[in-house]
Design a protein around this ligand. Structure first.
Ligand code: GTP
Ligand code: MG
Length: 138
């Protein structure tokens, strides 16, 4: 069955939105296969965000992801990779449509990095790679 890696980023955990985000995943009909509060490491983040290395927002992004615990989640179900991206909404929370996690719960806080509450894998290849990174024993 298809699986995706979801992260409730440090802003989501800090704001107490972990439950609300898990609720939306379950309400949509997806299954939670793993849920773990983790403190990210620079090693895991360097691999997780390898595609963004060299971009101006890379260093602030890694710093933000280290600023507090993240809730790492494996969600499963047919179509869950695209389905969760759709639940999450556009990367920029100001532009994200109402009804989405970022559109309903996120905003621009005037910071260096878009704090947009969640991450979701963007393809089957990244999903398998990212699940292996965050849940090496799964
Ligand atoms: P993820 O699910 O977190 O991967 O978000 P995404 O796939 O919608 O965005 P992408 O992978 O392109 O970027 C990863 C993260 O980097 C985003 O979630 C933002 O936190 C941050 N980011 C991406 N693009 C920008 C940008 O143009 N400016 C800033 N400041 N941050 C960005
Ligand atoms: Mg991405």
């Amino acid at each position: 069955v298809e699986r995706t890696l979801v992260l409730v980023k440090p802003d989501g955990v800090r704001r107490g939105l972990s439950g609300e985000i898990l609720r939306r995943i379950e309400a949509k009909g997806y299954t939670l296969a793993a849920v773990e509060l983790q403190h990210a490491t620079t090693e895991v983040l360097a691999q997780h965000y390898a595609e963004h290395e060299g971009k101006p927002f890379y260093a602030p992004l890694v710093e933000f992801m280290l600023s507090g615990p993240v809730l790492a989640v494996v969600a499963e179900g047919q179509g869950v990779i695209a389905g969760f991206r759709s639940l999450a909404g556009a990367t920029d929370p100001t532009a994200a449509a109402p009804g989405t996690i970022r559109g309903d719960l996120g905003r621009d806080w005037g910071l260096k990095v878009q704090q947009n509450l969640v991450h979701g894998s963007d393809s089957t290849e990244s999903a398998e790679r990212e699940i292996g990174l965050w849940f090496p024993n799964l």
